[in-house]
Design a protein around this ligand. Sequence first.
Ligand code: NAP
Ligand code: ZN
Ligand code: ZN
Length: 358
Amino acid sequence: MSDVQSVPETQTAYAYAAAAADRPLAPLNIERRRPGPNDVAIDIAYCGICHSDIHTARSEWGSTPYPVVPGHEVAGIVAEIGSDVTKFTVGQRVGVGCMVDSCRECDPCLAGEEQYCERGMVGTYAAQGRDGRQTDGGYSTSIVVDEGYVCNIPDGISLDVAAPLLCAGITLFSPLRHWNAGPGKRVAIIGLGGLGHMGVKLAHAMGAEVTVLSQSLKKMEDGLRLGANHYFATDDPETFRTLRNSFDLILNTVSANLDMSKYLGLLAVDGTLVELGIPENPVEVKVGALTRNRRSFAGSMIGGIAQTQEMLDFCAANGIGSEVEVIAAEQINDAYDRVVASDVRYRFVIDTSTLGPQ
Ligand code: NAP
Ligand code: ZN
Ligand code: ZN
């Protein structure tokens, strides 16, 4: 008999998973790898519910590999570190967003834009990890991630309101920075949901003039409190006449197909409309709406790791967190239905201490 004790290669975590597109999510036990030399093992405290989780769980973007454990707005505490980890210590408050790996060699990776890795970033869930196993997301009690894809959560932000910053926060921060939102810039945000409400807070903190374009005026009081200067209902045709040619930057966070030509008409000369929401079906645009005013129609996907850290530090310095409704695991399916019905103010966050064995 050997006296060397064998260390198990994996560790069980409790999770919530979708087994098929038309089935509610349910408890599932999953295995996490033991931390390798560069890995950080994280005890997850909270995980936000992003609309992308719903698109994936329901196979709305096609070919979801089941079972899938969604969740890419992860906030927790470092439980263990590998021997070569230098950025993190046990007990540190950390976050993980939409990616857990990339090639680290291509131009975008070297430029700190790992989300645009030429070989494809490794998504936090429903992707194939470098170890060949399918990645499982943050609706779980723990996760093991290479330290290069983990961010520090500054002390000023509590973990529940920090979690949604890891996707919703960076998805808005990155285009706001790229298109130079700041004093003198007129920025409109379409849709006051998980992404949209972060856009209002961040654009306001950057000093831009912020307008919300929401389906109705139901959430107007909230929008103004979060930092919007103006608030308009898109179900009122007058809105599109009043606001013609009046924005430098429009960020569209809506997950459904809208008539984008109408929204392009709201851009001033050289204005840009950035697609952030990812609807199931292709979008049609009248080219005349682009040629007029030399407008641009663009897209943007999350942000790099360094910029995600910059965003977290910016949020801490400006007292910004997400507006959250903390829920227990058993409420996840109801929360999904409420997100789809635009009935969320403004992000559901799962308290992962409510996850248990299947
Ligand atoms: P969300 O919380 O559901 O917010 C979307 C908002 O869009 C709703 O609150 C609603 O706001 C508005 N809306 C919904 N249905 C609409 C309709 N039929 N017509 C007009 N407006 C409608 O979703 P989210 O988590 O913010 O995500 C939004 C989208 O972004 C999803 O498609 C998601 O997959 C995508 N996403 C993209 C990235 C990226 O990197 N590009 C990252 C994360 C998420 P009002 O009630 O105010 O109108
Ligand atoms: Zn997301
Ligand atoms: Zn790469």
